[in-house]
Design a protein around this ligand. Sequence first.
Ligand code: NDP
Ligand code: 2IT
Length: 444
Amino acid sequence: MSYIDSVLQIVEQKNQAQPEFIQAVNEVLCSLKPVVDKHPEYKDAKILERITEPERQLIFRVAWQDDNGEYQVNRGYRIEFNSALGPYKGGLRFHPSVNLGIIKFLGFEQLFKNSLTTLPIGGAKGGCDFDPKGKSDSEVMRFCQSFMTELYRHIGADTDVPAGDIGVGAREIGYLFGQYKRITNRFESVLTGKGLNWGGSLVRTEATGYGLVYLIDEMLKGAKKSMEGAACVVSGSGNVAIYAAQKVAHLGAKCVAMSDSGGYIYDSEGIKLKTIQQLKEVERKRISEYVKIHPKAKYVEGCRGIWTIPCKIALPCATQNELDFEGAKSLVKNGVIAVGEGANMPSTPEAVEVFLKAGVLFGPGKAANAGGVATSGLEMQQNDMRMSWSFEEVDKRLKEIMQRIYQASSSAAEEYGCPGNFVVGANIAGFVKVANSMLDHGLM
Ligand code: NDP
Ligand code: 2IT
């Protein structure tokens, strides 16, 4: 049995109830064959066995009181996956579906993504099975305070720096930061995505969506194609989706469909983003409300049907495994030319295969959505210097980072015999730096 297959077998045995984690490990390890063949030192040092085992896994009770005075209990997580490149770094997800396997898959992805940014950050992820939907601001605040009352022991500006993800935006980061500061008496760069008045960075809100579109734009240019005039479908309508749709419009394309977990909207004239922002960022309402304001648009129940809408560019920006074999088939049939993963692992392995076989330009999540954490890294740099850069300065740095990710992934794919395959390229480019740093640090 090959080295990679034997490690995959161990990972499967040890993590049986964690399908998303096994899927993410499979996806990375399957790209690494030419690398471990060329570098026997990785096998000798058991790098793959070590890199698939988190350095530290924290699971804790989060008890809080709702507005009716009733006690509630949730389960919190922080998986400090790997610190070879820097302090642990990665977001927090608050969603009822959160479990250990999902947080581990996200932490594992984060490690290679963070490596691709070229910034000094390790990989981590955390979260809770708490559902912020329908909760009052005071409930969210009490929950965040309870969550941080445990988490604060494990994090710090040079130890582990969480940020947002699904269900964790500016409001939650504010309450989490407030509680950290109160308990520790330290005002430090312990979270990113902070408010602009208290240490946040310009462009962090826009960064994941903008970065995604910068990367896809590079890929299109590399293939002598352009975004100009292209119809674009963006799933989700949260932080990543909204700013991906905004940047797509800046570059002359038109977003015609968006979704939430309830369904999707189609607006052939182009989605009015101001309405989406009002509904989602301000009022926290469902996307179905859009058609009440723009009656020419159409709302369809169920979010998966969004991939049947003809488009040149598809940007899945909601959640893992939202784009399956059927969705990929219908995108290809309708002439999609580029797919960029704004979400983490939104395409199933079968969908990825469909895209690669059809010669669609495919930007995998760990490269395509790295702009968010990269700008978090820039926020940390600004905090360390106790200064803040202008919007233009941060945006320029973000764009340069995305261009470097494109080049690094593209060259690695070429060097290892898979030109144009950004899945293999991003996995290899991300992996090699982490693996070499682990070798440097000795056995741990
Ligand atoms: P938000 O909470 O802002 O938005 C999430 C969006 O996805 C909402 O429209 C939500 O719909 C939808 N969604 C969530 N879960 C599901 C589900 N199970 N089925 C269908 N739709 C769902 O999160 P973000 O925009 O921050 O994150 C979106 C994706 O991007 C995630 O995969 C995240 O890991 C990834 N990502 C985020 C980064 C960031 O900086 N925020 C950076 C890199 C990646 P509804 O409101 O109905 O639940
Ligand atoms: O998945 C991700 O990269 C994020 N949710 C952002 C992490 C961060 O630390 O900014």
